[in-house]
Write a protein that binds this ligand. Sequence first.
Ligand code: ATP
Ligand code: MG
Length: 225
Amino acid sequence: MSGNSVIEMVDVRRYFIVGDFVVKALDGITMDIRQGEFVSIMGPSGSGKSTMMNMIGCLDRPTSGIIRIDGTNTTEFSERDLAYVRNEKIGFVFQQFNLLGKLSALDNVMTPLLYARISPRERKEIAIEALERVGLGERMKHRPNELSGGQKQRVAIARALVNNPSLILADEPTGALDTKTGNQIMELFEQLNAEGRTIVLVTHNRELGMACRRQILIRDGRLED
Ligand SMILES: Nc1ncnc2c1ncn2[C@@H]1O[C@H](COP(=O)(O)OP(=O)(O)OP(=O)(O)O)[C@@H](O)[C@H]1O
Ligand SMILES: [Mg+2]
């Protein structure tokens, strides 16, 4: 069912020095997530979930250990290489949507494609297709403040899809939504997963976390079983 490793961590540590203290945000994580999986990362506040997401998303580097994305060791990558991995392989979805307020839904969804070597016309076609995919074909001209919370998150998901990422990373994607809207967003992730996309979701919400195919539980920077 599941294929190759999309993410592999080997004894990953991330220590922060704060004054005289060392905060061990991640303290020896070894795990892997395979192509086509739908995984939640759960754990108490301060347990290291966002730190782990930042590692997986190439937004931060480990203090020690190895991280492989699609089989490639990213540990020695330059900032530029990491930016390339982020742009090519990872679609990000955040709690607060992170949409650009002055741009239409369509323009927001097109932004990740600005760096791709494709024509403006093709960019538009891909973005329209992504918006239709999330059920927002009728809202392309709307700006974020003319959309509901759930619609904004759909735009953000469409934006995460346009580069055809091997991995979708979502940190509390339903945290700013009411239960019903949150469930609709979860359904959308389930559909995307059924189409073969790998999804990693951080959530405080036990019900949503348990709805994922597998749970990674973290406490004090270590995995729990
Ligand atoms: N930049 C930083 N500098 C110092 N300490 C940090 C930094 N980032 C995180 N930490 C510490 O690392 C630990 C893990 O933080 P992290 O943000 O990963 O937790 P979390 O599981 O995402 O929590 P929450 O559920 O509240 O979002 C915490 O003790 C936090 O205080
Ligand atoms: Mg967090």
